[in-house]
Design a protein around this ligand. Structure first.
Ligand code: GLU
Length: 473
């Protein structure tokens, strides 16, 4: 059997972190079956029937977010709105088969039912007054809705792959509307018809949709269609245990991208947030495809932990190709350095990236540390660095300039030897010579190995930066 999953976001805003996790699980489940089973496809359906809240840029945000995360979908994305005629056709089919009926209730009648329910402290239920009534009784001038003739006895039971068996008394569910008086389909009908037509085998989504699954099951039964397997994933909660909201970092995926997170870090984090494979924390995309199963999805609500995400991001930065990181930091450098990137910046960044990436947990942090290779002369020294190039520091720099000028082979080792030889002759610790050098050459007191920095900056730039400092004093 080919596994078919789908991600079905409503384009009402951003692709948020919970939606991204749902998409990831659907993608992984399909890919797992494509590579290790008998076939798998991951489909995208935009649930854009709410035209009042519909925004084209929200659809774009979904496409962009999924693409950035590497969650490519098979075939064209499907617009639910464009399928309204097909949904209506199915409602009429149920009507013809006697599985649904016209209901001519007026807004006033429904209001009365609502008021009565409120007075009795129960939820509003349509009382089924048109269920068996002769359509000849239909009042003039009312556009009827089509309602499902839902079972009134027994239970609707779902064998959920995450939640286990869940059931509801059919007496709790009224005859839901399938087609409105204006001929537009309801959400519940649209989802069922689309999932059926798309041949979806597994519906994997947030457990806020569990209640919908009962009603959807009733529609499937009415139609005599196969019911997909359901897997309702517990929602993400914030670190304080409350449902995830903005204050917990429930941002759009684009905000994480702007904050300097890598897509693979986000995916790894979201994977572990609700699914586990032993104690493994770092899981590559390939491993995730191999190992993913619905059984290993946790039943408890997962808690979002921004520090964990940041640490994972550091890991994936260290794993990244240097050239990719250079491409990612150059736009950030252009911003922080106001467009004044030094001519040799790019080639120095390539050489220096291996050392730089060891320390950064986000791309802005990486860009900040990379400034040492991109700034144009003369450097502006920060306060601490400025102190280190005064007084005795300056004397060391003066002498070191001479020593460095004499270095023949401009490489890491020769440079270190030259600085060491100077420290020995001046009877000072290596650090006492290295500190003012770092301050003068980078404008700061923290950097990768100073000898590596000197080698990468190159002779002309190093002597130039030293002269700027010596001249200034
Ligand atoms: N459109 C729904 C949402 O964005 C998802 C519906 C479904 O997955 O069945 O929450």
């Amino acid at each position: 059997m080919t596994v078919v999953t789908r991600f079905a976001p409503s384009p009402t805003g951003l692709l948020h972190i919970g939606g991204a996790r749902t998409a990831l699980y659907n993608w992984l489940f399909a890919k797992h079956h494509a590579e290790y089973g008998t076939g798998g496809r991951f489909l995208l359906r935009i649930e854009d029937t709410d035209r009042k809240r519909h925004a084209e840029d929200a659809v774009e945000a979904i496409y962009d977010g999924l693409s950035w995360l590497g969650l490519n979908w098979d075939g064209e994305a499907i617009s639910q709105f464009t399928r309204a005629e097909r949904h209506a056709e199915i409602a009429r089919q149920l009507l013809d088969e006697g599985k649904a009926y016209h209901c001519y209730c007026t807004p006033e009648e429904l209001n009365e039912m609502r008021e009565a329910a409120r007075a009795e402290g129960r939820k509003m239920m349509y009382d089924g007054r048109w269920r068996d009534r002769d359509p000849a009784d239909a009042p003039a001038g009312v556009d009827p809705v089509i309602r499902l003739k839902a079972p009134q006895d027994g239970e609707t039971i779902i064998q959920d792959l995450v939640q286990g068996e869940v059931k509801v008394d059919n007496g709790q569910l009224d005859d839901m509307i399938l087609l409105r008086g204006d001929g537009t389909p309801t959400y519940m009908l649209a989802v069922v018809v689309d999932d059926h037509d798309m041949e979806v085998s597994h519906v994997i989504r947030g457990d806020d949709h569990l209640n919908n699954a009962f009603r959807q099951t009733q529609i499937y039964r009415g139609l005599g269609w196969d019911i997909p397997a359901f897997a309702h994933i517990p929602l993400i909660h914030g670190a304080d245990g409350a449902k995830m909201g903005k204050r917990h970092g429930a941002l759009g995926i684009d905000a994480y991208r702007d904050q300097g997170f890598l897509p693979e870090a986000i995916c790894n984090y979201l994977l572990r947030l609700g699914w586990s494979h032993g104690d493994d924390e770092i899981i590559s995309r390939d491993e995730a495809v191999e190992w993913f199963s619905l059984e290993a999805i946790g039943r408890g609500a997962a808690r979002f932990d921004a520090d964990k995400l940041t640490n994972l991001n550091g890991h994936y930065i260290r794993q990244s190709e240097d050239s990719r990181l250079v491409d990612l930091v150059i736009p950030l450098l252009a911003l922080s350095l106001k467009g004044t990137l030094d001519e040799g910046a790019e080639s120095r960044l390539i050489k220096g990236m291996a050392g730089l990436k060891e320390r950064a947990k986000t791309l802005p942090e990486l860009a900040e540390s990379a400034e040492i290779y991109a700034m144009t002369r003369p450097l502006r020294l920060n306060e601490k660095a400025d102190q280190l190039v005064q007084g005795v520091g300056r004397d060391h720099l003066d002498s070191l300039r001479g020593r460095l000028t004499d270095v023949g082979d401009w490489n890491h080792e020769a440079l270190e030897n030259a600085v060491r030889a100077y420290a020995d002759s001046a009877d000072i610790k290596l650090g006492k010579a290295a500190q003012p050098l770092r301050a003068a050459l980078t404008g700061r007191t923290v950097s990768p190995s100073i000898f590596e920095v000197i080698e990468i900056l190159g002779r002309d730039e190093v002597l130039g930066r030293l002269d700027d400092v010596l001249k200034d004093l």
